[in-house]
Design a protein around this ligand. Structure first.
Ligand code: 5RP
Length: 223
């Protein structure tokens, strides 16, 4: 099976977690895009969606799905999104698509985080995938020095020859070479660095369920 077939399989499996008549939180990335296309097929059964990025909002709207501002929403049963890495305990690295801050905010309103990922994302130790950290632009150099002191090598994410700007107008540092044995402690430590908006470690509020795409079918991990 190709990686795209695995992503499609988990996106289809995630539809079972969508609660009829309710609002769905929707993530960002290639796996989330497969989910959005599946959600479009049952759009008459949901009330609306909340998007974790401008790209996701545009894709939802292109399918005729109503997108609500999070400030209008007080509860949602599920948030469904991909991950760059996930451990057998449900801690994740996210932010490969630079949407980590909005992803964490929308997920914080949801009762359950349903992670959809192909099997290559399951790791014992987080950190092989460079850890994204969203920073206030004026702080990127000082934050990079502090991240380097934690044992990583922080690199400013560049797009088209310029620092990439997130939907929030901030920059991303990708921290290479980390081995994150205690994701909970590392999430708190990086969040405490002045200038950091969000770290792409989702451990304090990790996944509740992971639908993992494998050659043997979709496996359900519960945390
Ligand atoms: C975007 C994310 C994505 O969920 C993560 O990068 C996985 O993306 P993909 O489904 O394309 O592998 O965190 O900020």
């Amino acid at each position: 099976m190709t990686q795209d077939e695995l992503k499609l399989a988990v996106a289809q499996a995630a539809i079972a977690y969508v609660v009829e008549g309710e609002i769905v939180g929707v993530g960002t990335g290639s796996t989330a895009n497969f989910f959005i296309d599946e959600l479009a097929k049952i759009k008459h059964k949901i009330k609306a969606a909340v998007a974790s990025s401008e790209v996701t909002a545009a894709r939802l709207r292109s399918h005729g799905i109503t997108v609500l501002d999070l400030n209008e929403v007080t509860s949602m049963p599920v948030y469904i999104d991909g991950a760059d890495e996930i451990t057998p305990q449900g801690a994740m690295i996210k932010g490969g698509g630079a949407a980590l801050t909005r992803e964490k905010i929308v997920a914080s309103v949801a009762e359950k985080f349903i992670c959809i990922a192909d099997g290559s994302k399951l790791v014992d130790v987080l950190g092989k995938f460079p850890l994204p950290v969203e920073v206030i632009p004026m702080s990127h150099a000082v934050v990079a020095r502090k991240l380097n002191a934690l044992g990583g090598e922080a690199r400013l994410r560049i797009k088209d020859g310029q620092p990439l700007l997130t939907d929030n107008g901030n920059m991303i540092l990708d921290v290479h070479g980390m081995q994150i044995h205690d994701p909970l402690a590392m999430e708190a430590e990086i969040n405490n660095i002045v200038g950091v908006v969000t770290v792409g470690l989702f451990a304090r509020q990790g996944a509740n369920v992971c639908l993992l795409g494998t050659a043997e079918g979709v496996k359900t991990l519960q945390f």
